[in-house]
Design a protein around this ligand. Structure first.
Ligand code: FUB
Length: 361
């Protein structure tokens, strides 16, 4: 899952050189000058990644993964991402204090989950807040769980079992204007989506050939109580601008992981990470189910292997939330969340962002 290609290595080394400009050391971690980066980490007391952001009641809430140091070696199934709990971040205004609200849910309090609490998301309905999260069960299979709270910052109480019919990673919930909620999911390689291509879990990885359609991300409408799927997850069709399916060999634009959905001017924007080519890209369509047509790169590769994002509007401005590995000096599994303003062009396309200040636009 986390092989480093030559281009990425060059980028990391270049950025790593600028990281020699350490300005402080906090808790043994180097804190570097933000001047070579387009923005600064939102929190520095813990490592955070995979930020899913929501603006509710005039506040911004960010639901990140909580990265921790581990002895697990780096490998393609992502064992080095050994996270055990979630913290919710909140802020009243951009540039103001970012509050770490402490442990919102721990793996020890989820009866079915054994390890690797990866990228979460949250939703609210009828005064309740729902935290959706992937974790590996006793059989080492990723499932998606849901936990409930009266507060957006938790603590959350997990349902005793994972969502029936759920699998793979990176749940992202989209609330449409008509009140329906949709859960997007999936990730290949360590995210195991390639093991569900027959409809059932298989121990062996099944990938399409380069000229076949790439493995599709999945979407399901949520049930009215938000605790399960209202339907069997469906495949999302991702198309090239010429109308042909994006193929597995198109690694610069095929789906890898980190799905996100937002709506802008009545158009549905499905964005995701291309994994081993390290971009966040986006595609647009007329329905939350797709099909979605590829439009371009939203965020160029960041410092670190993974690229993961969310998009939310706060006080009239759209923002991109993402992570890089600035605080850890580039360590793949020790990341920090950040945010940048997002700009739409008149034709609905989004201006490409870079996490590096010298490389913007
Ligand atoms: O944080 C663990 C995994 O790394 C996430 O689930 C992926 O999206 C990638 O960011």
């Amino acid at each position: 899952m986390f092989k480093i290609n030559r281009c990425m290595l060059a980028l990391m080394l270049a950025a790593g050189a600028s990281l020699q400009q350490t300005v402080a050391v906090a808790d043994g971690k180097p804190v570097t000058s933000p001047r070579n980066f387009a923005s600064a980490p939102l929190v520095t007391d813990i490592y955070t990644a995979d930020p899913s952001a929501h603006a509710w009641d005039g506040k911004l809430f960010i639901y990140p993964s909580h990265d921790i140091a581990t002895d697990s070696s780096e490998n393609n199934s992502g064992e080095q991402f050994a996270m055990r709990d979630y913290h919710v971040l909140s802020m009243d205004k951009v540039g103001g204090r970012v509050r770490d609200n402490g442990v919102a849910l721990s793996v020890d309090d989820v009866p079915w989950a054994k390890r690797q609490m990866w990228a979460p998301d949250a939703a609210r309905k009828n005064g309740k807040y729902f935290l959706y999260f992937p974790a590996k069960d006793e059989q080492n299979i990723f499932r998606i769980g849901v936990a409930v709270s009266d507060s957006p910052t938790g603590p959350f109480v997990a349902q005793p079992r994972p969502i029936p019919g759920s699998y793979s990673i990176d749940p992202a919930v989209f609330a449409d204007e008509d009140g329906e909620h949709f859960l997007y999911l999936g990730g290949i390689w360590g995210g195991q989506l390639q093991r569900w291509q027959t409809g059932k879990y298989t121990e062996e990885d099944r990938y399409p050939t380069d000229d076949q359609a790439a493995i599709a991300p999945m979407v399901a409408k949520l049930s009215s109580d938000m605790l399960g799927f209202a339907e069997t997850p469906r495949k999302i069709e991702l198309l090239n601008p010429d109308g042909t399916p994006i193929r597995a060999g198109q690694t610069d634009r095929r789906f890898f992981e980190a799905a996100w959905m937002h709506k802008y001017n009545d158009t549905y924007y499905f964005s995701y990470s291309t994994g081993d080519t390290h971009n966040i890209v986006y595609a647009t369509g007329d329905s939350p189910y797709g099909p979605f047509t590829y439009r371009g790169v939203l965020l160029k590769p960041v410092l670190g292997w993974t690229n993961h994002h969310s998009i939310a509007k706060f006080n009239g401005q759209w923002y991109l939330f993402y992570h890089d590995a600035q605080l850890s000096g580039g360590q793949t599994h020790l990341r920090n969340v950040k945010m940048l303003p997002l700009t739409y062009n008149a034709d609905g396309s989004i201006q490409t962002l870079s996490a590096f200040a010298e490389n913007r636009g």
